[in-house]
Each structure stands twice: as structure tokens, then as C-alpha cells.
Design a protein around this ligand. Structure first.
Ligand code: MG
Length: 381
């Protein structure tokens, strides 16, 4: 499908914060994607986790593989809707760059530490990584990405944070949180691709870990209908060892959701008829699941929350992760010289420590915690 008239257009980008000559052979969004792939923060995603902490196993998803899965799903949907695949890929690869070590436990702990000092929020931190913290170019801080990529990275933003960003960049990426408009269709797409990816891979990782039984999902039509259909098409799956039935179910779930988004959004686009990317921004959110698939996704998310994310074993690791981040924060705050010079020299000491700790991988954070406290927090009791 050719690029639709409501797609973002790399040649008509709202541009970069620092003027740069065009790149030879690559458009603006392709260049953004390439810059993200070569960044330090992107490489660190290999050793950052979401649900299972890095040392718990080598086969669980990390933020890197999650981001690649979001990019793959995003590109498939973009192709089906005539949206810009390069922009979708750039946003997908950058969408988790601001995440702390140890998944949500790390983010919550860091937010607690920063409560009186502006707080910590991972979407805002992702933007901070690409706007300021990457230090690789002679003439500017950050990666100097296009407006459209930055807009997609800033998925959520509180009113207070939006006002602060807007003051620094009038009419910039925070404006939509103040005037209630939407981001580009490519950015809207990534929100859905993100959900499709984690709902599916958390089933896979949950079952692999032994914390979740496939049979616990029997009450969920959005999962079980695909399992039943897989068995009807391939009866031999029932007797096969390993997890082929699980994989075949997940594969079908993924395809069904991708096609559902393309069909439901295609219908919404046909009705709303946005004439341009900017007209689509001024409309209601157009990227969507059908009501039935939306309800299935919500039910699955509730079940994963109750059975996996709140599993006593996950909760125990979560508590340790909280403690590690809290103690690291306190240690660097008391002794900034323990951080690399560029962090120690920042005038806002709390923000400097938050940036440093947020950038850490799971294993580096655990190692630093051992070095600074002499304790091995993750050692088996
Ligand atoms: Mg994500």
C-alpha cells in the first residue's frame, strides 16, 4: 500500500531542534531510526527487563527484544494502513529508552526518591534521553531527532510536566497534552503495538517461568479461541512435547490483533476522512481495536496483572529491586563523586542521580549496589 495522505511525511517534517543538512540517501525518519539504533541507551535495553529480572533467565524478554517486537508489529500495521513505516520503527525502537533497571519496580522506586524534586516518569525520561542525555555529537546534546519521532516518544505527560516542557519549547511536543489533540497516527499505532506485544510475550514468558499455567487462560476468548482453532487445524499439537501449541496460539493471537487494528482503524479512517496528518491530529484517536478485541485485550491484561505481575515470586523480586534503587539513589546523593564526572558535575544533584540510576542496566545496578553497600541484594535467601 502506498503512503496515505494522512500519513506522516518525512519530507514535510516539522524538523529538528538544531538545524542540520539533509542526510544523503536517508529521509528524516530513517535517519532518526538509525541514530536511535546507534545510541548508548538503545544498547542498554539488552540488559533491562520488564517483568523478569535479567539474572532470572536468558530467554525472557528484555526491553530490547520487546522494542524489536513492537517495531515488527508496528511495521505490519503501518503497511496495512499506508502509514510511514520508518517513523513507526523509529518510535518503537525509542519508546522504552527512558526505562529504569528492574522494570516498573525501578521506575516506582525512583519516582519515590524524586517525589520532592520533580518526580520521575519513564516517558519523559525517554524524551530526556534523546533530547539531552545522549552525548555523541559535537554541536548539540542528545540525538536531535525530528519532531514527529519525539512526539511519538512522549506518550504520556502530566499537565504539570507539559507546562514545564511547553515553556522550554513553545508549540512543541507537549502542546497536545494542553490542548487535547492527538499525536500522529504513527504514534497512536505504537501505543497499540506496545500492548499487543507485551500481552503476548508476557503469556510466553509467564508460562516459560512456570509462574503461569496456560490453562489459567481458558476463560479468555481472545486467547482460547486461537488455541482451539490451532488444535482443530493441527490435532497433532495436543500430543507434541514442548510449547508448540502455546507458540501457535500466540502467533494466531498476534495476527488476529494486527488484522483487527487494520480493519477497525481502516473503517474509522474511511468515516473520518482526514485529509492530512495534521487533520488526523485534530480528530479523535483513530487507531483502535474493534470493541470485541479491545475487551479481550483488557481481560487478558487483568488476568496477567492478577496472576503474573502480582505473583508472590515476582513481588518478592520487585521488593528487592525497590530496595536496590532506593539505596543506590541515597548512596550517590551522599557521595556524587561515586558517579562519573559528567553526572557529578550537574547542578541539580537529585536529577543527576536520577539520570544516572535510570540509565543503568539491571546487572550494572546490582553490581554498583554490591560495590557501594557490600550486600548482595539478589542472593538467594
Ligand atoms: Mg513498551
Amino acid at each position: 500500500m502506498p503512503l496515505a495522505h494522512y500519513a506522516s511525511n518525512a519530507a514535510a517534517s516539522r524538523g529538528r531542534r538544531h538545524l542540520e543538512p539533509e542526510a544523503r540517501g536517508r529521509n528524516n525518519f530513517q535517519r532518526d531510526r538509525d541514530r536511535i539504533v546507534h545510541s548508548t541507551a538503545f544498547r542498554r535495553l539488552v540488559y533491562k527487563t520488564q517483568v523478569f529480572i535479567n539474572h532470572e533467565g536468558d530467554l525472557f524478554r528484555t526491553r530490547m527484544t520487546h522494542s524489536l517486537e513492537v517495531a515488527q508489529l508496528g511495521r505490519s500495521i503501518a503497511r496495512g494502513l499506508g502509514l510511514d513505516e520508518d517513523l513507526v520503527e523509529a518510535i518503537a525502537l525509542a519508546h522504552d529508552l527512558g526505562h529504569t533497571p528492574f522494570g516498573h519496580a525501578g521506575q516506582d522506586a525512583l519516582h519515590d526518591c524524586m517525589r520532592a524534586h520533580g518526580g520521575f516518569e519513564h516517558n519523559l525520561q525517554s524524551l530526556r534521553v534523546v533530547d539531552q542525555l545522549e552525548a555523541r555529537y559535537p554541536d548539540f546534546d542528545g540525538l536531535n531527532l525530528s519532531f514527529e519521532t519525539r512526539e511519538g516518544i512522549l506518550k504520556h505527560c502530566s499537565r504539570r510536566d507539559a507546562l514545564a516542557l511547553e515553556a522550554l519549547e513553545p508549540g512543541g511536543v507537549a502542546r497536545r497534552f494542553l490542548d487535547g489533540s492527538q499525536p500522529s497516527l504513527e504514534a497512536q499505532l505504537i501505543n497499540l503495538a506496545d500492548q499487543i506485544a507485551y500481552n503476548a510475550h508476557d503469556i510466553d514468558d509467564g508460562v516459560r517461568s512456570g509462574l503461569l499455567q496456560f490453562e489459567q487462560l481458558a476463560g479468555l476468548t481472545g486467547v482460547w479461541q486461537h488455541r482451539e482453532q490451532a488444535l482443530a487445524d493441527h490435532p497433532q499439537l495436543a500430543a507434541m512435547p514442548g510449547r508448540r501449541l502455546l507458540f501457535e496460539t500466540i502467533r494466531r493471537m498476534l495476527s488476529a490483533q494486527v488484522h483487527d487494528v487494520i480493519d477497525a482503524t481502516g473503517a474509522a479512517l474511511a468515516q473520518a476522512r482526514p485529509a492530512s496528518a495534521d487533520e488526523a491530529r485534530a480528530m479523535q484517536r483513530l487507531l483502535r481495536f474493534s470493541d470485541a478485541v479491545q475487551a479481550d485485550a483488557a481481560a487478558l491484561k487483568r488476568l496477567l496483572f492478577a496472576s503474573l505481575y502480582r505473583h508472590p515470586q515476582v513481588m518478592r523480586t520487585t521488593e528487592v529491586a525497590h530496595q536496590v534503587v532506593r539505596e543506590l539513589f541515597a548512596a550517590y546523593l551522599a557521595a556524587p563523586a561515586e558517579m562519573p564526572a559528567e553526572h557529578g558535575a550537574m547542578p541539580d544533584r537529585h536529577r543527576a542521580v536520577a539520570d544516572y540510576v535510570a540509565g543503568m542496566t539491571d546487572r550494572f545496578a546490582a553490581r554498583e549496589h554490591r560495590r557501594l553497600t557490600g550486600m548482595d541484594a539478589f542472593a538467594a535467601p
